[in-house]
Design a protein around this ligand. Sequence first.
Ligand code: ADP
Ligand code: MG
Ligand code: MG
Length: 249
Amino acid sequence: DFKLEMKNVSKSFPGVKALDNVQLSVRPGTVHALMGENGAGKSTLMKCLFGIYKMDQGEILLDGEKVEINNPDEAMEHGVAMVHQELQPVLARSVAENMYLGRFPVHKLGPLQVIDHNKMHKETEKWLSELGLDYNVKAPLSSLSIGQMQMVEIAKAVSHDAKVIIFDEPTSSLSDKEVEFLFKVMGDLKKKGVSMIYISHKMDEIKRISDDITIMRDGTYVGTWRAEDMTTDQIIARMVGRELNNIYP
Ligand code: ADP
Ligand code: MG
Ligand code: MG
């Protein structure tokens, strides 16, 4: 039984078929690496799952049930959270406000004025401390480094009690220490049965953290394998579409 399935997903932009009949099956409590060269369609597939893009064709199943996800609020209501490849920080707002903004579907949160600021600060401190972080939650986000801002985004996604968390190239601006925190948190989430989709080009991270690997190429689905069954050369060969004995022409 899969926690998450995406079936026959197609998506075109003017002049580009970004996804052509793509599949994804993620087991409960696993880290599922989504790999492919730049432009393969990884982010587009995840934006379809998170309701940022509307699929031209295809379906999404969570715990075996077909779901309609038309926007990020609906994705979050279905227990899907996303750490975006492009950071979307509101620099002038505090760390706590950035944790809160967009954390809940808007209609459940209400305007910022009615938020209990004490509660917001306490909860934010608690969420951050679970990732081993002790930033000043009242300080403007602009006081943090890019890596620290990324950690706030990660803490925000993790704090959702999501069933599926999408990490789209989360470590690109993280320090080694921050990467270690992230991997520890991901290990804890696995034990809780949370499924994670992990997009990265860093082969050492993939080898360390992933249980399964799905490979995409030019908007198409190449296949899914157990991570332990694939060597780095096999992963690269399948990403670029070359025979194994000829990956470095
Ligand atoms: P990846 O995340 O694997 O690097 P993307 O999903 O970002 O790939 O992109 C897949 C293809 O879709 C690329 O050709 C890209 O240029 C195109 N694409 C992605 N988003 C858009 C968009 N909003 N408008 C037009 N083309 C897009
Ligand atoms: Mg890319
Ligand atoms: Mg991408």
